[in-house]
Structures are given as C-alpha cells and as structure tokens.
Design a protein around this ligand. Structure first.
Ligand code: SF4
Ligand code: F3S
Length: 104
C-alpha cells in the first residue's frame, strides 16, 4: 500500500485524490489518509503530491503511518474531488513534527 505521511498535515493539497483510480482517500479536518486495504499500489498519487507526503509502505519506518492511515480511513468520509488546500499550506510545507503540532 501507499500511505499519507506527516507532511500532508496542515497542507492538504488534495491533488492526490484526482488521480486515484479506486477512490481510497479519506478526509479529516487537516489531513487525508489512504485506506491500506483499498489501495491497489498503482503509485500514481505519489508524484502528484506537492508536499511529497505520499510514500510506499516498503520504505523504512512506515509501520506507524500504515496504522495511522488504517485507523483514520475507517473513521473519516471518502473524498472524491480536489478542493482548495488549507490556507497555511505553503507556510507549513516541510515543517517538522506536524503530527505533534497540528493534527486534530
Ligand atoms: Fe490510489 Fe494508487 Fe495512490 Fe493507492 S497508490 S492511493 S490506488 S493512486
Ligand atoms: Fe495531502 Fe499531498 Fe494529498 S498534501 S492531500 S497527500 S496531495
């Protein structure tokens, strides 16, 4: 599976949802997640994210993000279309520890 990681938080550009062939992105207040059981590993979303927040779970230290994506994809509604990024997306892009600072 591919997963959404820390740098999506407080940016939420949503370019990723436009390209996903199986509509497996789910939307929270300030981040998206991918449902790990629905993702077909096509990889097309990864280069679309302006914040470089999408990763394959084959990279090191992705376990916590797979769990994060699984947990919230079962709580949040599906998102089908791109929308405006969060207002502070550009300023927040690349900040460290966004999960600790901004996730709600
Ligand atoms: Fe959707 Fe493909 Fe990205 Fe998985 S890898 S979330 S199927 S676009
Ligand atoms: Fe987040 Fe990147 Fe999608 S910032 S909403 S994973 S395009």
């Amino acid at each position: 599976t591919y997963v959404v990681t820390d740098n999506c938080i407080a940016c939420k550009y949503t370019d990723c949802v436009e390209v996903c062939p199986v509509d497996c992105f789910y939307e929270g207040e300030n981040a998206l997640v991918i449902h790990p059981d629905e993702c077909i590993d096509c990889g097309v979303c990864e280069p679309e994210c302006p914040a470089d927040a999408i990763r394959p779970d084959t990279e090191p230290d992705m376990e916590q993000w797979v769990e994060f994506n699984r947990k919230y994809s079962e709580l949040w509604p599906v998102i089908y279309t791109k929308k405006e990024p969060l207002p502070e997306a550009e300023e927040r892009d690349g900040e460290k520890d966004k999960l600790g600072k901004y996730f709600s």
